[in-house]
Design a binder for this molecule. Structure first.
Ligand SMILES: Nc1nc2c(ncn2[C@@H]2O[C@H](COP(=O)(O)OP(=O)(O)OP(=O)(O)O)[C@@H](O)[C@H]2O)c(=O)[nH]1
Length: 628
């Protein structure tokens, strides 16, 4: 029994440390721990019962609605019998109040303050006050004192009060963890008991209801509650307890709690109708509550334990997601920064190499987009007989040419090559964009999760990656330009020799087959020119030669542009996306590094909160494990 009390005590203290309470939306433990909720009609004696259990006067008293906010009262049994009892409110943590009259005043003040704040002439509020009482003379219990229920508004209260009070109490007793202490004055008809009505509503089987009869001392002459206590009038699974608290006159004349207890004992022992009954008196009630609470705890421990374990796992996951602590020594910060840069580089390379977001997209540019745009180029406009004639005439004059109109050829080919430049540059740009997108993707990979904690470093990384990619794009542009220009330069005497050789071969296949002929195909030198007027045949041949040449260049560029792009952009980007940043960082001093990896306070705070919760829950879990 003592062990269970100790365990409950510890679990409840852990709840308090967790800031976990009856109404907290993310209650971890509290809503799993059994709680005793005192309900009953107005002035039925709820607060008096509660005080009697605690053994101290500390609750506001009077007529009308005195309790106007729920009071969550946690009783913590201390080990030292000589230590002074004290109370502590959760709205003023750390302030130990040793004088219980001060506690009463604080409850009144806090009630007023809150009701004033919520405004609207509110008479009651469901928002609880939390009070923990530390004493060597209390059982480990958590009790909630509710404002009294009523059927009709009294004292000029608004009509809505009836429903409001009902809703409020219901909120506290509906949970399965609530043990309902249904306080009913013995001097009134049980059938009209507000407490029993509420208890029956939420706990029809009476599994968690304990009946308390108050004011047994002022029952009508000649009547008693023996039958109720024996369960003959109305049977409750957990039975009834009768108590005698101080009446208003006793309170006014400051009868002490001790004297009141003595008087209560005297009362029950002096009456033949109660003498033989066990279930009378406040001491019996307190013991019964402790035992009941222990019983409930024992029943729910396994589910509490598995719930705690689940929460621990969830919190651990959250903690991992937030990343580790940040050290502030220069060496550690430098190491961490470089490591984060390296992780981003690795993630970048990984995406470039792997699959559909990286390598495949780049391949698409080369194999589909580049091919398509090049094949769609309007070479035919250059190659019309009209254009050929115009260009040749402009370039070479109207004299007949011995071999070929060399300048005309050059001009026509150059016109074709200039069309080829755009798709090549376009491919560079497309790959550049893909690489930029990959940087964004890399930043968001799980491996780079830590980087997202450090806003400054993250933006430095992104900026440096962008400038590296921009530099590489320029390199690739220059390389591609050179490639195209090279093709124009290739147009040398050998090209014209090739044309002659190819022509000769077409007419006399016994000659050696020239390379140009093979490249351009058989149809070039067929006798189709024979049926044309000589001037047209001449121009058509020039057009066909240029077309063949451009076809060769096209094929060559389709092979070399991708190589140039990979060589100038993709490979160096993979090899050193953040090399410059890493060099820069290595030269930074401690304050600059700190600025670079200054984690937002919010994240650091979140991590601290989760850690604290984890430690507490792990402690709770250990306590329970050791117990079971
Ligand atoms: N004679 C006698 N008077 C009692 C007993 N219990 C309570 N009273 C008196 O009944 C009045 C109301 O008691 P409280 O304990 O304030 O009742 P409550 O249910 O907490 O009241 P509200 O919070 O206002 O609903 C006080 O004047 C008490 O002194 C009892 O057993 N005998």
């Amino acid at each position: 029994m003592e062990r269970v009390i100790g365990l409950v005590n510890k679990l409840q203290q852990i709840c308090t440390s967790l800031g976990d309470n009856a109404l907290s939306p993310q209650s971890i433990l509290w809503n799993r721990l059994p709680t005793i909720v005192v309900v009953g009609g107005q002035s039925s004696g709820k607060s008096s019962v509660l005080e009697a259990v605690v053994g101290r006067d500390f609750l506001p008293r009077g007529t009308g609605i005195v309790t106007r906010r729920p009071l969550v009262l946690q009783l913590v049994k201390t080990d030292d019998p000589n230590a002074q009892d004290y109370g502590e409110f959760s709205h003023a943590p750390g302030r130990k109040i040793f004088n219980f009259d001060d506690i009463r005043e604080e409850i009144e003040r806090e009630t007023e303050r809150h009701l004033g704040k919520v405004g609207g002439n509110r008479v009651v509020s469901p928002d609880p006050i939390y009070l923990t009482v530390y004493s060597n003379n209390v059982p480990n219990l958590t009790l909630v004192d509710m404002p009294g229920l009523t059927k009709v508004p009294i004292d000029g209260q608004p009509p809505s009060i009836v429903q409001e009070l009902d809703d409020m109490a219901r909120q506290y007793v509906k949970g399965d963890n609530a043990i309902i202490l249904a306080v009913t004055p013995a001097n009134a008809d049980l059938a009209t008991s507000d407490a029993l009505r509420m208890a029956r509503d939420v706990d029809p089987n009476g599994d968690r209801t304990i009946g308390v009869l108050t004011k047994v001392d002022i029952m009508d002459r000649g009547t008693d509650c023996r039958d109720v206590l024996l369960g003959k009038t109305l049977k409750l699974k957990h039975g009834w307890v009768a108590v005698v608290n101080r009446g208003q006159a006793d309170i006014n004349s400051k009868v002490t709690m001790k004297d009141a207890r003595a008087k209560e004992m005297e009362f029950f022992q002096g009456k033949s109708e109660y003498q033989d009954l066990q279930n009378t008196g406040t001491t019996f009630l307190a013991d019964k509550l402790s035992a009941h609470l222990i019983n409930e705890i024992m029943k729910s421990l396994p589910s509490i334990q598995s719930y705690i374990e689940g929460t621990i796992a969830k919190l651990q996951k959250e903690l991992t997601a937030l990343g580790g602590d940040v050290s502030h020594s220069r060496g550690a910060m430098l190491h961490m920064t470089l490591q984060l840069c390296r992780k981003l580089e690795e993630a970048f390379s990984h995406i470039v190499d792997g699959g559909k977001d990286g390598g495949e997209k780049i391949l698409d540019v080369f194999e589909i987009k580049l091919k398509e745009t090049i094949n769609k180029l309007p070479f035919q406009k250059i190659l019309t007989l009209k254009n050929v004639q115009m260009v040749v005439n402009e370039a070479d004059g109207y004299q007949p040419h011995i071999i070929a109109p060399e300048n005309g050829y050059r001009r026509l080919i150059e016109d074709g090559l200039s069309l080829l430049r755009d798709p090549a540059f376009n491919a560079v740009e497309l790959v550049h964009q893909i690489l930029k997108n990959i940087v964004t993707m890399a930043v968001n990979t799980p491996d780079c999760r830590d980087l997202n904690r450090f806003f400054n470093l993250k933006s430095e990384c992104i900026n440096h990656a962008a400038s590296t990619l921009e530099r590489l794009r320029k390199d690739a542009d220059a390389m591609v330009r050179q490639l195209v220009d090279m093709e124009a330069s290739y147009l040398s005497a050998s090209f014209f020799r090739e044309i002659v050789a190819a022509e000769s071969y077409a007419y006399d296949p016994s000659r050696p087959r020239p390379a140009f002929y093979t490249l351009t195909g058989d149809n070039l030198f067929e006798k189709r020119y024979d049926n044309m007027p000589p001037a047209d045949a001449h121009l058509q041949k020039i057009s066909d030669h240029v077309s063949a040449y451009l076809a060769i260049v096209k094929g060559q560029l389709l092979a070399t542009v991708p190589k140039a792009i990979v060589h100038c952009m993709v490979v160096p980007a993979k090899a050193g996306l953040l090399t410059e940043l890493a060099e820069e960082v290595a030269g930074k001093e401690e304050p600059q590094l700190r600025r670079l990896i200054n984690e937002s306070e919010e994240i650091a705070g979140q991590r601290d909160t989760i850690r604290k919760r984890l430690t507490l829950l792990q402690r709770a879990s250990k306590e329970i494990a050791a117990f079971m």
